[in-house]
Design a protein around this ligand. Structure first.
Ligand code: 5CA
Length: 444
């Protein structure tokens, strides 16, 4: 993409309404614009990051055996009346009436709708286990939307729902999602810690929040410092016992959110020097709630041993749009964003230092074409602007690699390659650059 033609409305000034770094940087880097409180438009650069995060989430859900579908944003109130949550959900639910005066709502979550889809189609234990997910916009009329996309009113969520014949089988589904979540966040360059958590309006008694430690996080959390070094298994673990052992190894240390923090257990079981009391961002939340919805909504399957029983369910959320902010909170410096390669909106920023130099134009255009044809996504700053302004824009938008090419370098056959995360610079020939990066490899 040529920057001269790209819609990238960056801002030099720090927007006064933004209190935390990720919100400021998303506005300044031209990623989002607020349309009303807690509701945002995603501009091209922001949308690219959102899409890359979605892709990682989707790949890991599929790898864990979940199947993607797409449910609507607008739901009928009837199903929520059946589960009893229509009244319980209170003012956070955006209620709508259609032209026939029917009660509708903008979905804050989808337990009811998915249970309805399930009960219409599945009657037998033979069709289990089943895990269905979608990546869809949600609306929650938060009292205090803030911090940009971190606590929005409209936000993008991945929500998965598992159906199993009994509690043991449901535990396997829970564990699979648990392991998939660790992999998902790791692929985005994040260190997420699973913490025992309250279940709130979703219900149930087994639940973990996945938390990224950050000073600006909204949750107060407590954990053993060994979590900071713990390894994530990147390959799915198929054997249920091995999977349970893996989850146990992750949860045997103490980690809990404020709501669940049991001071005596923490103080007794974790040596003082290993205790971390910090703030964090909740990027995912998994729940096992048994038959709460299946009983209320009569979602039953026939059993092998005869008779029938309500299915055991869990739900598994990832804050997809929140993650864009969370990655920035974890990866930035004074000059701007520092994207991990896996979620960066472009792989390279190519800076042409001078406009109106025919040789330089040809060399830059040629390098841009070559990198692009090798599969790399390149943002080519071909504008007629000061070098200082170009450097500042590239640092602000945080692409992993900057390639800087000017008339002097070209005469010596060299480009400058800068790595955004370390600031390291090196001079190499165009040929060496192309050999070093080669073709872009896809996937994990
Ligand atoms: N039905 C369950 C699991 S699918 C559920 O709704 N869980 S949740 O309420 O914990 O939300 C899932 C994830 O969505 C959270 O972990 C968080 O990362 C994200 N999220 C929740 N509320 C917001 C919000 N107001 N703005 C941005 N992201 C949010």
């Amino acid at each position: 993409m040529r920057l001269s033609a790209y819609f990238l409305p960056t801002m030099k000034e720090t927007p006064s309404e933004a209190q935390i770094m990720s919100h400021r940087l998303m506005l300044r880097a031209g990623m989002i614009r607020q349309s009303s409180a807690g509701i945002y438009s995603w501009l091209p650069l922001g949308l690219k990051v959102l899409e890359r995060i979605k892709t990682i989430v989707r790949e890991e859900q599929n790898r864990a055996g979940a199947q993607e579908l797409l449910m609507p944003t607008i739901q009928s109130a009837d199903l929520w009346q059946e589960s009893g949550r229509y009244d319980d959900y209170g003012k956070e639910m955006l209620r709508i009436t259609d032209r026939h005066d029917r009660n509708m709502l903008f979905g804050p979550t989808n337990e009811e709708l998915i249970t309805d889809i399930f009960r219409q189609a599945v009657r037998s234990y033979k069709n289990l286990p089943l895990n269905l997910y979608h990546i869809q916009w949600k609306f929650r009329d938060e009292i205090r939307p803030r911090f940009g996309v971190m606590r929005g009113r409209e936000f993008l969520m991945k929500d998965a729902y598992s159906f199993d014949k009994d509690e043991n089988a449901a535990r396997i589904s829970y564990n699979k999602m648990f392991a998939a979540y660790l992999r998902t966040f790791r692929r985005m360059g994040l260190k997420a810690i699973p913490m025992r958590a309250d279940t709130g309006p979703i219900g149930g008694n087994l639940s973990h929040e996945f938390i990224i430690l950050a000073e600006t996080g909204e949750s107060e959390v407590f954990c053993h410092q060994d979590y900071l070094e713990k390894d994530v298994a990147m390959d799915p673990i198929e054997d249920p016992e091995a999977l349970q052992a893996y989850v146990d190894a992750w949860t045997c240390l103490y980690a809990a959110t404020e709501d669940m923090h049991d001071a005596s257990q923490y103080d007794a079981s974790v040596p003082k020097e290993s205790q971390i009391n910090a703030r964090g961002i909740e990027v995912g939340h998994v729940f096992y709630f048994g038959t709460k919805y299946s009983e209320a909504m009569n979602a039953k399957v026939s059993l092998k041993e005869g008779g029938e029983a309500a299915v055991h369910m869990g739900s598994y959320g990832i804050g997809v749009s929140r993650l864009v902010g969370a990655v920035i909170e974890a990866c930035h410096d004074d000059n701007g964003i520092i994207w991990p390669e896996s979620v960066a909106p472009f792989d390279f920023g190519l800076i042409k230092l001078k406009a109106g130099d025919a040789n330089l134009d040809t060399a830059c255009d040629d390098l841009y074409c070559k990198l692009t044809s090798l599969g790399w996504d390149v943002l080519y700053d071909d504008r007629d602007d000061r070098p200082g302004a170009k450097f500042a824009t590239m640092d602000l938008i945080g692409l992993p690699w900057q390639i800087i090419l000017g008339p002097k370098g070209l005469a010596a056959g060299k480009i400058e390659l800068k790595r955004r995360v370390t600031g390291e610079r090196e001079e190499i020939s165009i040929e060496d650059l192309l050999n070093r990066f080669g073709e872009k490899q896809g996937g994990a």
